[in-house]
Every structure is written in C-alpha cells, then in structure tokens.
Design a protein around this ligand. Structure first.
Ligand code: ADP
Length: 450
C-alpha cells in the first residue's frame, strides 16, 4: 500500500479523496493555486504545496509543478480526481516514467477510450451494444450522405475528438446534412484542433444510463449497477439517481454482466463508467469515462462500497476482493449538484458564502469543500457541493430529499438549490418519467417567473 498520496485536484473531490486516504492510514499532500490557499482540502491535508497562479492551465494542469510537488513531498502516487488531468494519458505516462503511480487505469486504456471512434470500435469488439452509425470517421459529404441514408434520419454528426457536448449537430433530414457536417467540422476544428467527424443514429427520447465498473487490471472486474443521469442541461448532469427508475433487475443483470465481462477481458484497472443511451428497452454505448465520476456517491449509498478506497487499493497492486455475488443494491439514492449559479439563468455566482447550513440526519450525505466565510473563486467550475440522499425506497428518498432541501441554507451567493425544490415536487420526476430532453423542455416553460 502507498504511504503518501498527492491529490491533484481541488474542491469537493479533493476532500473526498483525502477522506478515503485518511481512513486507509495514508498520508496526504494537497496542491493548490494561489486562489485556493484557504481551501478546505489544503487545511485538512497533512502537507500542501502551492503549484501556481489561479488559471488552471498554470496550476492544476501544470504537469512540471505537480511532478515537483511529488518530488518535494515524497508522494508515491497521484490521485487525479475528475476533470483536470484525470483522463490525460500523457500525464499517466510521465508519472510512470518517474516511478509515481497514477491512481487510475493504464495510459493505453485512457488513450483508447479518449478517442470516440476507437472507444466505439473497442466496445463493439468486446460485445457491448453501440449506437448504429458509421464505422469510423466520414471523409466526404457524399460518404456521409450515403451512410446517413443507410442508418435512417435523424442522425447526429459528432466530433471524433469531442467532449463536453461540443462538435455535435443533429440532421433531422437529408436537407440538413451538409450544414450539420460543416458546422460540426468547424466547431471540432476550433475546439479540438481536429475536424474528423462520424455519424450516429440520433435517438429522440433516450435516457442516459451508465454502468459503474471496478477492475483490478488482472482480469477481475465487477459492475456496481447503474446510475440514471437523464436530467441534464446542455449535456451537463444536474440530478443523478441509482438505481434507474426505468430498469428492472433482469435488464440490470444483463447489461451489467456484459459490461463486467468486457472490462475483465480488457484487463481494465480501477473505476470506470460505461455510458449508454437507453431507449425502448435497448442500450447504446456512447462513451467510457476512465476515472471517478462526480455522481459516484449514489452508487456508494446503495452498495455500501467505498469506490475511492477500492480505486486506491487496486492502483497499489491489490487484487479485487469483492465478487459480483457480494454486490447487493439497497434502497434508492439521489444526488443533486449544488452549483454557485443563478437557478433560473445558470449564470455563475462566485463570491463570499456568508451563511452555510447543510442538512443532516439519517441517509444524508453532503460532499462539499466550502464553509461559512469561504470565498468562491471565479476561476473554476461552479460546483460547490453535492447533496446525496438515501432512502429504503424511491418514495422515501424523495421525501427525505424534500426535507433536506428545506433545511439547506446558503447565503451570500446564489445557488441551484431552488431548482431542486421545484424538481422534487414535479409529478414527472416523482413518477420517474423523464428522458434526456425533459429538463431543457421544462426550463423552457420558465418555471421561475412566479
Ligand atoms: P460528450 O463527450 O461531448 O459529452 P457524449 O457522446 O457523451 O459527448 O454525448 C453527450 C450527450 O449528448 C449525451 O448524454 C446525450 O444527451 C447526447 N447524445 C449523444 N449521442 C446521442 C445520440 N446518438 N442520440 C441522441 N442524443 C445523443
């Protein structure tokens, strides 16, 4: 086991990782930009190193600074959290060249899954169902038209190097195809410096359902059920739950089994998430995230398994000790992402938190790096905390969530808490009847005008 881990992140996820390290008896090193000198992850870590000025490219993405911090402190491993360098294969390679462990999968697996076309081909080869589409990048408009006609409209033109919902265009009919191609290509060129695109069938009312996996890199892998992350705004998840209100146990066992077998065959190491769109009883792979996800706590709440603890153990070379038959799903969990944003316009709202009163009680978990008097810097994403609530049933979970949202007080800045107070009272949400477009359609009705 490692003696000392450097946490190459900030905010709630840096704290989350720090907690797992402490419970394993591992010393922790926090890194921070000058804007984060007063952050909670810095206060709670055993040691801390300032790695640069506020912009992320000069601090949290600054590989030479991070290496120097490892060297100065003698850290043997780096946990990247999510975002920043968590899916950067080059970073994983550089660490290994310096004999520092990267707490995550192999650089090769990060690379494969980071290229959307290669990821899809790999998934297909491993027996995972994928969205119908072009086998690889489409080069000419004529090829694109022919493939789209074969798949059937509507289709989605997607950037091979895509991420964050950029470089994607829908063509409802053949007439819209050439403008969708040129728009997706130019957006991809600007955002990723690579204009290759591919084509997929566009699903009209899918849910976003993702499977959590855990592997030890030695051919052992298990799945920990699914999360339903269909409530999204601009392809950003807002509310996540486990298990999905749309699946039954047989469907869960089937898709979970396929994914776990695929990860065992790949000799995947660490935690990972296989994302699917789900429509009319069918699953369609869209991508794999080779890291811990923001929404991992809902899975922890229903399985009782500490994902970060397991991630650290397998990264240190341990074999998986949990078998598939050990994994059981207990009750229901929902996570709300609390952002420092105006709940109606989603405009960022950085600044000083003058009052902070998080909810508590049975089945309630608040993962957050903020505190009363904390000044939210404007340089990073707006997530200030996650409210995760567990109940024996989905109904109990929703009742508890409503109670928690009533208790939660954040003053001095605006937050998305009022959005969740609306959602928890909505009949479609109560019925679990929502797809990936539901939230945007509901927001278009201007629910905050009253
Ligand atoms: P990114 O990596 O940019 O986030 P993804 O491939 O994960 O891109 O897709 C992001 C979101 O776009 C999905 O969660 C879903 O809402 C939508 N999407 C992606 N592919 C399709 C598709 N074939 N049909 C309908 N919606 C899609």
């Amino acid at each position: 086991m490692f003696n000392k881990i450097l946490i190459a992140n900030r905010g709630e996820i840096a704290l989350r990782v720090l907690r797992a390290c402490k419970e394993l008896g591992i010393e922790t090193v926090a890194v921070h930009s000058t804007a984060d000198a007063n952050a909670m992850h810095v206060r709670l870590a055993d040691e801390s190193v300032c790695i640069g000025p506020p912009p992320a490219r000069d601090s949290y993405l600054n590989i030479p600074s991070l290496l120097a911090a490892c060297e100065i402190t003698g850290a043997e491993a780096v946990h990247p959290g999510y975002g920043f360098l968590s899916e950067n294969a080059r970073f994983a390679d550089i660490l290994s060249a310096h004999n520092i462990a990267f707490i995550g999968p192999s650089a090769e697996h990060i690379r494969i899954m980071g290229d959307k076309i290669e990821a899809k081909n790999t998934a297909r080869r491993l027996g995972i169902p994928v969205v119908p589409g072009s086998d690889g990048a489409v080069t000419t408009d004529e090829d694109a038209m022919r493939i789209a006609a074969e798949i059937g409209y509507p289709v989605l033109v997607k950037a091979a190097a895509g991420g964050g919902g950029r470089g994607m265009r829908v063509a409802m009919t053949e007439d819209e195809m050439s403008s969708a191609l040129s728009a997706a290509r130019s957006e991809a060129k600007n955002a990723f410096g690579d204009d290759s695109v591919y084509i997929e069938k566009y699903l009209l009312k899918p849910r976003h359902i993702e499977i959590q996996v855990l592997g030890d890199g030695k051919g052992n892998a298990i799945h920990l059920g699914e999360r339903d992350c269909s409530l999204q705004r601009r392809h950003q998840k807002v509310w996540e739950e486990a298990l999905s209100p749309a699946l039954n146990q047989e469907q869960r066992d089937r898709i979970g089994g396929i994914v776990a077998d695929a990860m065992a065959e790949l000799k995947y190491s660490g935690v990972g998430t296989i994302e699917f769109l789900y429509e009319d009883g069918e699953f369609y792979f869209i991508e794999m995230n080779t890291r811990l996800q923001v929404e991992h706590p809902v899975t922890e709440m229903i399985t009782g398994i500490d994902l970060v603890n397991e991630q650290i153990k397998v990264a240190s070379g341990a074999s998986l000790t949990i078998r598939q038959s050990d994994v059981t799903f207990n009750g229901h969990a929902i996570e709300c992402r609390i952002n420092a944003e105006n709940p109606a316009t989603f405009a960022p709202s950085p600044g000083k938190i003058t009052y902070w009163h998080p909810p508590g009680g049975l089945g309630v978990r608040v993962d957050s790096g903020v505190y009363q008097g904390y000044n939210i810097p404007p340089h990073y994403d707006s997530l200030i905390g996650k409210l995760i609530v567990h109940g024996r049933t989905r109904v109990e979970c929703m009742m508890r969530l409503r109670r928690c949202l009533d208790e939660f007080v954040v003053d001095g800045i605006q937050s998305t808490i009022p959005l969740f107070r609306h959602l928890v009272d909505n009949q479609d949400i109560a019925n679990g009847m929502y797809d990936i477009h539901w939230l945007e359609k509901w927001l278009a009705t201007d629910p905050f005008q009253a």
